[in-house]
Design a protein around this ligand. Structure first.
Ligand code: MN
Length: 228
């Protein structure tokens, strides 16, 4: 007999290229990790330590499913990002040991209620409801690291209804994947099933209901969703 007093919620997961499901524990996100995007957000692209926020694991939208236009916003923005999936964890990792934790990579979209984020920034309040709403994390297939290209350089881009919106190169990340894992592991204990959204290049902008988003990352794969 189950010890749970209600039925346990489902285990969030994401499909893997080639088959199987990656079970998701936590979703971490890095803010302003490309200089041009930091500038477009009014930030300073200096190499200040990266900052982190989170999304709930069950905010994922996978397999090209539709993403609902969320409540309480009039300015929903797309942010295409390289997502890292961890097969193992650790604390206080050295950057040179960080790659060994990685199961694979995916293209993801950090959907953002930009108006609520701006209000939160202004008031010194948390970003949770600007970043962690239901359906806020569309994710493409997770490709095992061995099947990916040399992740660390390569085109990262997003189009809306076929029109280019964001374009950058992974080589322009201020903090590399290894550095992000190492620094994040000083904040929290990383564990198998963790996903890390590693920041977005310049060109973020609004989407409307009906828009079709197509993101792609060279050597990793793509992510698609329709806002409904
Ligand atoms: Mn982001």
């Amino acid at each position: 007999m189950s010890p749970f007093v209600i039925a346990p919620p489902p285990q969030p997961s994401a499909p893997v290229a080639g088959g199987g499901l990656f079970p998701v524990r936590r979703i971490f996100c890095v803010g302003q990790n490309y200089a041009e995007h930091a500038r477009e957000m009014g930030g300073d692209p200096q190499r200040n330590p990266p900052f982190f926020f989170t999304k709930p694991a069950d905010s994922l939208v996978t397999s090209g499913a539709d993403a609902p236009y969320p409540s309480l916003t009039k300015n929903l923005h797309h942010e295409i990002e390289l997502v890292v999936a961890l097969a193992s964890g650790g604390v206080n990792m050295a950057p040179e040991n960080a790659r060994a934790l990685i199961f694979g990579y995916a293209a993801g979209i950090d959907l953002t209620r930009r108006d609520l984020q701006a209000e939160a920034k202004k008031a010194g309040r948390p970003w949770d409801m600007a970043k962690g709403f239901d359906g806020s994390a569309p994710l493409g297939l997770i490709r095992p690291a061995g099947a990916c290209g040399e992740v660390g350089k390569g085109r990262i881009a997003l189009s809306v209804n076929g029109s280019p919106r964001q374009q950058g190169d992974l080589a322009d990340m201020i903090w590399s994947v290894s550095e992000i894992i190492a620094i994040l592991s000083t904040h929290v204990a990383l564990a198998p099933g963790d996903l890390i959204f590693s920041g977005t290049p310049a060109g973020v902008g609004p989407v409307e209901a009906g828009d079709f988003l197509n993101g792609e990352i060279e050597g990793v794969g793509e992510v698609t969703t329709r806002i409904v």
